[in-house]
Design a protein around this ligand. Structure first.
Ligand code: BGC
Length: 900
């Protein structure tokens, strides 16, 4: 232990000198680096932005090694011509900085509905100046409430779960220079212009606490417009309840004149063919009720008849109109499921082969009135029919009633399901290939991570975790996509954040979700178990450290300090609330704690509360954790008083934790079980003199359970990480590669394609989702320990990071990539005869501390050469089985002796 500590201290000292000597790991590059990947608020050329001082970011691309940025210059202009001539409304001048993300625009106030253009130039640490980047753009939306000229409209028959269709016709022969649509149809809307769907968002806008915040989307609709236009907006209840619409279509003509159409123009309304639409139950669409003139270029003269009526001006939902900045939900993929068979006459069951979230599209030729139903489920009964028991109250059924006019195609628009199997009933004949197609639906965030190794089981676990996260991105990080829940549970998020961040670009998704959490907060500082608050309790379980962690990790991964600044007061109020709920330093409540351990370790067979891991211990530990993070956030944002105050709170809490839960006789915490000991180690609450005992007990306990875990959703993460960090990587590896209960391999052996909520296999009417990310922290263990890619919060946005692979078990190789905001980071190692090959890629603008595994420190070479002095690699020291180097950007091929 001491050896590691001394090593770390010397590393810290080296890191300090390195800042000064940055140029020494710089510049054997060929060709000047290029500036690419310009983003504003983490989006490429966004329109409809409402941020007053948006954050800018870019990347450097370079062929050579050791490229670092030493200064940047940004110019922002209101025209491309001005930008080309460097005439901006804001010129940052050269700012000495190695940062390339989270850089605030600091020019004059931005105006609504205005396009801006910007570019960046960088000075490298070796003095070279890059070319200017290509121009990028952003356009503001409706920044102020006063920009909204539109009322909200609604119509009473929308209330029993029906979809409303609002329609207008607009005739104008003048040419169009620019057209923007700003729209918020609550719960969900879909707009079409002249029969063509506007954009590709589905289940839009993002859900929110509607009386605090309402998201609107902005579209460029110039190409949709003709002289004669039919505007149609379908609005469904979604998460809101009763459909309501606000929209503004702003058409600018070449002479500068503007035509603005608002919801007030869209008051012709009909209930149309969607008889009901709810998220949990599904949709019922009666094609016979299709309104004949729905898409025709006129509004029927006689409104207030059987079909058409007049929408009324409605009360506003109450929340602040906010531009939707995260990636929308989209149909990201389609597939044709396999027909499994006909388990009962006329009942067909399809298998997608993968548990997922989305819906199915139907193609049918049936007589008028024929009813076809599609039922969605995660599992089947022995008789081959779908088992919907674990969906609890969700009907998850879509129904289509035929019009009887040839081949009809239909798919729902305002619901989604979590499923692997679809049971189709009512078809006139056996389905042909392609009659059922599956749409996969989630927020269209980019994938950022890949992982592969020589053990196929681990590859399958990785795929399973990634698929689970992908199924649970529906404008909040949901707990599951299938049953009557689908909520952003903050307890789960406390451990999910990292596994999701390695796999997907959540630079916009997480700031949105933090805002959801903040919107639940009351004056006492309490937040709620789920955000938006539709389930669970107020105050949230104290294990909901995710409020702070979401902001902290968003900063760490993307260099976004804005989220910390924006939510600092809220996070502080939550920590203060928790502190107010302590009794002699111990937090006095807990609901879930280390939730859902294997049932033998729960209070009883029907419960998911841990028997051995005290809930209040978890609550208190998280108070310590949150107070520590808050203290660091205070330091970061220049709040010195708070820094000291929360440090002190953390110390007091640590002392209470120790006093209450340390068990001297046993040499562990509380019941000396896996959860308690790994949690205390993770928090850094175990004193030097106790570490060996605690770690020893932890490892022995795992061995005593035949290398199986006894932990729930939270401590599983800490168990794997602490075993690895404290010298028992082999034990962690054995847990990861188990195939018997309880383990991830056991899930796979029992047919899982996404993670279960329980370690047990269960399909009945209870809490047993089969698509539940909370048990997936093993995937961040793959990235952090097998690939070894770990960010450094002292240098956020991957300006500095570590690559420290652990060579474990019988693994012959592991390889993968994480596409960081600086560019792709790669780590790939392979055992060769007596030696080990480690290939790494460090993006331009970054410096990495690379731990090269070796059993003989002097044996390390790079690209076939011994590592000399003048290169972009510097030896920092030796730490156990690793030779540690500081490495500048570029691709490297390390080889070393490895005799294990
Ligand atoms: C959710 C879980 C959550 C739990 C807490 C469940 O209903 O699905 O994800 O951890 O509630 O009680």
């Amino acid at each position: 232990m001491n050896r590691i500590l001394i090593f770390l201290l010397s590393c810290a000292a080296v890191a300090v000198t390195l800042r000064a000597r940055a140029a020494s790991v710089d510049a054997d590059g060929t060709g000047t680096p290029k500036i690419t990947g310009l983003k504003c608020e983490y989006a490429t050329d966004p329109i409809g932005l409402d941020v007053r001082s948006p954050q800018l970011s870019w990347r450097m691309e370079a062929d050579g090694r050791g490229v670092l940025q030493s200064a940047y210059r940004i110019v922002v202009a209101t025209s491309e011509d001005d930008l080309a001539q460097d005439k901006g409304i804001w010129d940052s001048g050269f700012c000495p900085s190695s940062r390339s993300s989270g850089i605030r625009y600091e020019g004059p106030a931005l105006e609504s509905r205005t396009p801006y253009f910007w570019k960046v130039q960088v000075r490298c640490a070796d003095g070279r100046l890059t070319e200017w980047s290509d121009a990028a753009g952003f356009e503001t939306g409706l920044m102020d409430e006063s920009d909204w000229l539109s009322d909200w409209i609604a119509y009473a028959p929308g209330s029993p779960g029906r979809v409303l269709y609002f329609k207008a016709t607009h005739v104008d022969a003048r040419p169009v220079a620019k057209a923007r649509l700003y729209i918020a149809g609550l719960g969900f809307y879909e707009m079409s212009i002249n029969g063509r769907k506007v954009g590709n968002h589905v289940l839009d806008p993002a859900q929110s606490t509607y009386n605090r915040r309402v998201y609107y989307s902005t579209y460029d609709v110039k190409e949709y417009l003709a002289t004669e236009n039919v505007l149609l907006v379908a609005v469904a209840p979604g998460w809101y309840g009763m459909p309501k619409l606000r929209m503004q279509l702003e058409i600018t003509h070449p002479d500068g004149q503007r035509t603005i159409l608002t919801a007030g123009h869209m008051r012709a309304v009909t209930t149309g063919p969607t008889v009901h639409s709810t998220i949990f139950d599904g949709e019922l669409y009666d094609a016979r009720l299709d309104v004949p003139d729905l898409r025709a270029p006129y509004v029927p003269a006689g409104l207030m008849n059987k079909e058409w009526s007049l929408a009324h001006i409605a009360d506003a939902p109450g929340g602040k109109m906010t531009a939707q900045k995260m990636e929308a939900i989209e149909v990201v993929d389609s597939l044709v499921p396999q027909l499994l068979g006909e388990p009962a006459p006329g009942v067909y069951v399809f298998d997608t082969k993968q548990n997922l979230a989305g819906w199915a599209a139907l193609r049918v030729r049936g007589e008028r009135g024929r009813t076809v139903t599609m039922k969605f489920a995660e599992s089947l009964y022995g008789n081959g029919l779908v088992n919907q028991e674990n969906l609890r109250n969700a009907k998850a059924t879509d129904t289509y009633i035929c019009k009887g006019e040839g081949v009809e195609t239909w798919e729902p628009k305002f619901t989604y399901h979590g499923f692997r199997y679809i049971q189709v009933e009512g078809l006139p004949q056996a389905p042909a290939e392609g009659d059922i197609r599956v749409r996969i639906v989630r927020n269209a965030v980019a994938e950022t991570g890949s992982f592969r190794c020589s053990d196929e089981l681990l590859n399958r676990i990785h795929k399973m975790v990634k698929a689970t996260e992908a199924s649970n991105l529906h404008s909040v990080p949901t707990d599951c996509p299938q049953r009557d829940e689908r909520m952003g549970w903050l307890n789960d998020m406390t451990v999910r954040i990292e596994q999701a961040l390695y796999n997907f670009d959540l630079s916009r998704f997480y700031p949105k979700f933090i805002a959801d959490v903040s919107d639940t907060q009351d004056e006492a500082g309490t937040i709620t178990c789920v955000a938006p608050y539709r389930f669970g309790a107020r105050p949230a379980d104290p294990v909901s450290a995710s409020y702070l962690l979401l902001a902290w990790k968003t900063y760490e991964f993307y260099g976004n300090a804005g989220v910390i600044e924006e939510h600092y007061d809220g996070m502080k109020a939550w920590v203060d609330y928790l502190a107010s709920r302590t009794d002699d330093g111990i937090v006095d409540y807990s609901y879930y704690g280390d939730w859902s351990p294997p049932t033998a370790f729960a209070v009883d067979s029907t419960s998911a509360v841990s028997r051995d891991t005290p809930g209040r211990m978890m609550s208190t530990g998280y108070l310590y954790y949150c107070a520590s993070i808050l203290s660091e956030m205070a330091a970061l944002t220049g709040r010195d008083e708070d820094r000291a105050r929360y440090r002190e709170l953390a110390e007091r809490t640590a002392e209470a934790f120790d006093r209450t839960y340390w068990n001297e006789e046993a040499g562990g915490y509380a019941a000396n079980n896996q959860a308690a000991n790994s949690f205390a180690l993770f928090l850094g609450l175990v004193g030097e003199d106790r570490i060996d005992r605690v770690v020893g007990n932890l490892a022995d306990d795992v061995a005593a359970h035949d290398y199986h875990l006894t932990t729930g959703n939270l401590c599983t993460k800490y168990l794997m990480e602490m075993l690895t960090r404290y010298g028992h990587a082999e034990t962690a590896y054995r847990i990861a590669t188990q195939k018997t209960y309880p383990s991830w391999g056991y899930m796979l052996e029992n047919g899982a394609t996404t993670l279960w909520e329980r370690w047990e296999y269960a399909t009945g009417d209870a809490m047993n989702s089969h698509n539940h990310p909370m048990m997936g922290s093993v995937d961040s263990w793959f990235y952090k320990y097998l690939l070894g890619i770990v960010p450094d919060i002292a240098h956020p946005g991957f300006e500095r990071f570590t690559i420290r692979p652990y060579i474990v078990g019988d693994l012959r190789f592991a390889e993968g990539e994480f596409r960081s905001i600086k560019g792709p980071i790669r780590s790939a190692w392979r055992k060769e005869k007596g030696s080990l090959a480690l290939d790494v890629s460090i993006p331009a603008g970054s410096v990495a501390t690379v731990y090269v595994p070796t059993t003989r420190p002097g044996s390390v070479t790079e690209s076939g050469r011994r590592i000399g002095k003048s290169e972009t690699i510097r030896l920092l020291g030796q730490d156990g089985d690793w030779a540690v180097y500081e490495v500048g950007s570029g691709d490297y091929r390390f080889r070393s002796e490895w005799k294990k």
